[in-house]
Design a protein around this ligand. Structure first.
Ligand code: ADP
Ligand code: F6P
Length: 320
């Protein structure tokens, strides 16, 4: 391939810029031209793109967000939208595309590959909910941001002998809630993957720990469960502990990527371009046991993964 495109799609994630940088530098160093497609599949449909060279990606490895911007594009899910995207590639001699995003973006990459534009998916989402890979770019930064924010909430929660019911992102997955919940010592963690009972897992646990002298509490709730305001009211009514709901929101998605996210993004972006250089498309890049691998995009999308039950059980045993 002589010319490839790169785009970021879906919710942005810290480290996406590091991945874009790796894609551009690897491609240029190996004699390929690269265009940056703006706002994900929207830019591909509208032909909104910019030529990138080695210097275009200077000073971005440490920046959150994405210099290519991101979007959710409904038009791309329709055949007409897909055909427009294919035409843009033909008109601009784009022979392959690196798609950095979540599993929705991977489905788009699959559909585009099926129509003759070879794509490589690079997992970029704070949620870490892509089945084929242990790790997605942005997850580590997000976990650390949540931890830092909750540490701050904890100071005031403790000062007032309160309970803070904290909602964290993750769409339908509980990876962020479980891991950040353990890191902040949450009394209870509620995730969509595992059944729970509010009376038993929240109220009774709080009462039990109150008897041991505990006076302030963090309850971590995954976005997929929701209802934090209502839960805070219930806790206050039943335990007489003054309670507040905290929805951390988009602060979780911003900020400078951690070292891990910069390194993994660099490795994954590099692998994606190496595949296209070899004329290989229709694959996704991932990480298993700390090793970068690539696999067929269909196979990747057919996989499922679930939360670590053992880790969840540990949290119940020690956060008491
Ligand atoms: P993420 O990539 O983070 O999972 P989304 O699910 O919002 O984010 O997907 C990003 C974009 O990928 C969508 O706006 C759409 O353009 C495309 N996409 C998502 N799902 C599909 C699908 N099933 N088929 C084709 N394209 C899809
Ligand atoms: O996929 C990343 C994510 O931040 C999810 O955790 C969350 O459910 C969603 O995106 C929020 O998206 P929006 O940008 O529409 O608020």
């Amino acid at each position: 391939m002589k010319k490839i495109g790169v785009l970021t799609s879906g919710g942005d994630a810290p480290g996406m810029n590091a991945a874009v940088r790796a894609v551009v530098r690897t491609a240029c160093e190996n004699g390929m031209e690269v265009v940056g497609i703006r706002r994900g599949y929207t830019g591909l449909i509208n032909g909104d793109m910019v030529e990138l060279n080695i210097r275009s990606v200077s000073d971005i490895i440490h920046r959150g967000g994405t210099i290519l911007y991101s979007a959710r594009c409904l038009e791309f899910k329709e055949e007409a939208g897909l055909q427009k995207a294919v035409q843009t590639c033909k008109d601009n001699d784009i022979e392959g595309i690196v798609v950095i995003g979540g599993d929705g973006s991977f489905r788009g990459a699959r559909d585009l590959s099926l129509r003759g534009v070879p794509c490589i998916g690079v997992p970029g989402t704070i949620d870490n909910d892509i089945a084929c890979t242990d790790y997605t770019i942005g997850y580590d930064t997000c976990l650390n941001t949540i931890m830092e924010m909750v540490d701050r909430v904890r100071d005031t929660t403790e000062s007032h002998d309160r309970c803070s019911v904290i909602e964290v992102m993750g769409r339908r997955a509980g990876y962020l809630a479980l891991n950040a919940g353990i890191a902040v010592g949450a009394t209870t963690i509620l995730v969509p993957e595992f059944d729970f009972d509010i009376e038993r897992d929240v109220i009774e646990r709080m009462r039990r720990t109150q008897k041991t002298g505990k006076r302030h509490f963090i309850i971590m709730v995954a976005e997929g469960i929701g209802g934090v305001e209502e839960l805070a009211r219930k806790i206050e009514a039943e335990t007489q502990v003054e309670s507040r709901a905290v929805i951390l929101g988009h602060v979780q998605r911003g900020g400078a990527p951690t070292c891990k996210d910069r390194v993994v993004a660099s490795q994954m972006g590099n692998r994606a371009v190496k595949l296209l250089l070899d004329g290989i498309g229709n694959r996704v890049v991932g990480m298993k046991n700390e090793q970068i691998f690539d696999m067929d995009i269909y196979e990747a999308l057919s996989q499922t993964k679930t939360l670590d039950r053992e880790l969840f059980d540990i949290s119940y045993e020690i956060s008491i």
